[in-house]
Design a binder for this molecule. Structure first.
Ligand code: FAD
Length: 286
């Protein structure tokens, strides 16, 4: 099916883009990589009156390092993230996970800002940003605000973003020397959206400390798992009782049935991906 007729703007400055978005008389949606929005328009799942193409906004296209963070502009693509030496050195979790996001053609166009704004419950990026304790920097004509990732994702395709706001950039803390990361997802075929996945960041692994464990593909949004974190913190990797307790704590999640699996199957898959992500955490970093 073809997309409906719509208005199209391609501003060259962020200021122009924000003025356009502040016009409440027209439903204007940002267009980043178009890998989700354009198929949704073709299928009539999304029907904006106008598209605001972000591709010429050099102000959103950068990867910078500060003393404490890597700052990533919203229109940076997955492929650019994977190729960045700053990201490879300081955000190693992205290097582990990005090869699992879709296929190379989609990674060449899909952006970090697009995935963040979309908040697909099966997408990797929201879970990665929560595990990394990242901050989403949001801007509108009225000003800017910084939102911790754990507060940004509200529900199924629902975020803190207001209609007039853009994701401007993402701030990711630089990985500490002892910090370790784990990632595991189950998909029907490599590159498909995950049926279930687990992302882990740990301040150290001998014993586990400062764990941040996040699931995706199992609920209405990426879900942090404080019960599993509490069960594992202070324990060693071969403590199977702690693993069992962590897995048991997942029963408290609100699982979400989708085309892949029922809620009980999602619980089972979450337990499996937790165990395998923990195994990666030790193996990848020892
Ligand atoms: C076949 C296929 C397989 C895929 N598999 C996966 C997968 O395994 N994992 C995965 O995570 N994704 C997957 N995707 C989706 C892909 O990662 C998309 O690129 C991503 O979800 C959206 O990024 P985008 O830049 O293309 O955003 P767009 O499609 O351009 O936009 C998505 C939404 O975000 C809004 N938006 C975009 N940028 C901003 C911004 N800066 N500020 C505010 N709002 C903004 C848009 O208005 C729109 O509502 C797949 C897509 C396809 C077609």
């Amino acid at each position: 099916m073809k997309a409906p007729d719509i208005q199209y703007y391609r501003p060259v400055t962020l200021g122009e883009a924000l003025v356009q978005l502040s016009d409440e008389t027209i439903d204007c949606q940002p267009l980043a990589g178009g890998q989700s929005l354009l198929p949704m328009m073709h299928l009539r799942i999304a029907s904006p009156e106008c598209l605001l193409d972000l591709s010429k906004l050099s102000e959103l296209n950068f990867i910078n390092k500060t003393d404490s963070h890597i700052e990533i502009g919203a229109v940076v693509t997955y492929s650019e993230l994977a190729a960045s030496t700053l990201v490879q050195q300081h955000v190693p979790l992205f290097s582990l996970a990005i090869p699992h996001i879709a296929h190379s053609a989609i990674r060449n166009r899909g952006t970090i800002g697009g995935s963040t704004a979309l908040a697909d419950p099966a997408a990797e990026m929201p879970a990665l940003l929560i595990a990394l304790d990242a901050t989403i920097n949001v801007v509108s004509h009225a000003g800017s605000r910084q939102i911790p990732a754990v507060e940004f994702f509200l529900g199924l395709y629902e975020t803190e973003l207001q209609q007039s706001e853009l994701v401007q950039s993402i701030s990711v803390p630089i990985a500490k020397a002892d910090q370790r990361f784990g990632f595991y997802e189950l998909t029907r075929r490599h590159g498909d959206y995950a049926m279930a996945g687990t992302v882990i960041s740990a301040d150290s692994v001998e014993p586990y400390a400062g764990m941040r464990i996040v699931f995706f593909g199992v609920g209405e949004k990426a879900l942090r798992a404080p019960g599993a974190e509490a069960a594992l913190n202070g324990c060693r990797f071969n403590d199977f009782d702690a693993l069992k307790q962590a897995q048991a704590s997942l029963s408290n999640f609100e699982f979400y049935e989708d085309i892949n699996a029922s809620e009980p199957i999602k619980l089972h898959l979450a337990k499996v991906t937790l165990k395998r992500a923990l195994t990666n955490l030790v193996r990848e970093n020892s």
